[in-house]
Design a protein around this ligand. Structure first.
Ligand code: SAH
Length: 348
């Protein structure tokens, strides 16, 4: 059965036409899905019962089933969703201080990148998510956040499980559906793609009509240190990564975000902080310092709080904007880099 949320709004209209439904029916259904987050034909109350049945026999809308929900003391909620083939992905709903919401979504089941400090990496690569599986995470969190009235006051960040630029076709399709006026009608500024630094992927993203905001998981200021913790550095050295970023169509008032997971005695030395400003020369950016979040069986240690401060101070002294990310959802394993379903299960 075809899934409507795999299709762009224009393709939905085409599919309805081909099946002999009048054009306005497609418009009604798109409104239900993307304005009201209704993903079950049975609840589309302005369609006749027989039409709803006819549509439901032909298409499905939703591709996720909630199987787990953990609420943290700070309001963060981590969802586990089962896919049609029983694999599970996680998405996190994060309330921000400014009253807005951040939806942290997954792009793959597992991940092939092998970052040494990341829990998802230990699952290995299982499979790519379809456009629908990506879009439906946003629809689900949108519904859960009760955002019907304040329509667009949320941000979508591809910082859940997986490397979005390793599933670029489907991520791009999902992004276009989110941005489309007849889709979620979301501004491109509200979407951030976070990548471990796949140069060819960034190049492709730059050619999009609406390139998203970009966050780059840097985590080291030189190739040697980076290679120890991020194998992706092998084919994507920092020089090429930085060259590519300098060519990215970054709007005047925006800047890149560099994420830097501080790991004790690995990349938290004074000289690492000092090298960063030289490396990032001539770019507009801010740095997000993320203290390493340990997980069961992880090889590394969280940095000493004194080191975190010192690292930030060195960046300040070079006029770099650097914030220390307060990890949300710590108590439910919903924080940065902690998402990984099957590993959790294996470890019991
Ligand atoms: N593959 C993408 C998105 C997923 S990771 C990327 O690499 O950006 C999202 C962020 O979590 C990355 O910045 C990553 O460096 C960080 N992260 C991964 N494991 C972590 C951990 N154990 N503690 C803190 N941050 C972690």
């Amino acid at each position: 059965m075809k899934t409507l949320t795999d299709l762009s709004p224009a393709e939905v209209r085409e599919a309805f036409k081909e099946s002999g439904f009048p054009a306005f029916r497609a418009g009604q259904v798109l409104k239900w899905i993307y304005e009201n987050s209704v993903t079950d034909f049975r609840n589309m109350s302005n369609l006749s019962k027989s039409l709803r049945e006819e549509l439901a026999a032909k298409w499905q809308i939703d591709s996720l089933r909630e199987v787990k929900r953990n609420s943290a003391s700070d309001g963060t909620i981590k969802f586990g969703f089962a896919l049609h083939d029983t694999h599970i992905i996680e998405s996190v709903l994060i309330p921000m201080e400014n009253g807005k919401q951040t939806f942290c979504i997954s792009s793959q089941v597992g991940c092939a990148m092998g970052c040494k400090f990341c829990n998802t990496a230990r699952m290995g690569m299982v499979r790519n998510l379809s456009p629908s599986e990506i879009v439906c995470q946003v629809l689900y969190l949108y519904r859960e956040a009760g955002l019907r009235e304040q329509h667009r006051s949320f941000n979508v960040v591809f910082m859940g499980m997986g490397e979005p630029l390793a599933n670029l076709d489907n991520v791009l399709k999902a992004m276009r559906i989110l941005i489309d006026k007849d889709g979620m009608n979301l501004s491109r500024r509200r979407i951030t793609v976070s990548t471990c630094g796949i140069v060819a992927g960034i190049r492709r993203l730059a050619r999009e009509e609406y390139p998203p905001r970009l966050a780059i998981s840097l985590n080291a200021a030189d190739d040697e240190t980076r290679l120890k913790i991020m194998p992706v550095t092998e084919g994507n050295p920092l020089s090429e990564l930085l060259d590519q970023l300098r060519r990215y169509p970054l709007p005047q008032r925006e800047r890149f975000t560099f994420e830097y997971v501080l790991i004790r005695d690995v990349n938290d030395r004074d000289k690492d902080a000092a090298s960063l400003s030289r490396l990032l020369n001539k770019l507009r950016y801010k740095i997000n310092l993320i203290p390493f979040n340990p997980f069961p069986g992880s090889d590394y240690l969280a940095p000493d709080p004194v080191r975190i401060e010192a690292f930030q101070q060195i960046l300040f002294s070079k006029n770099i904007t650097a914030t220390i990310r307060k990890s949300k959802g710590q108590d439910i394993q919903g924080a940065c880099g902690q998402l990984a379903v099957s590993v959790e299960k294996e470890l019991g």
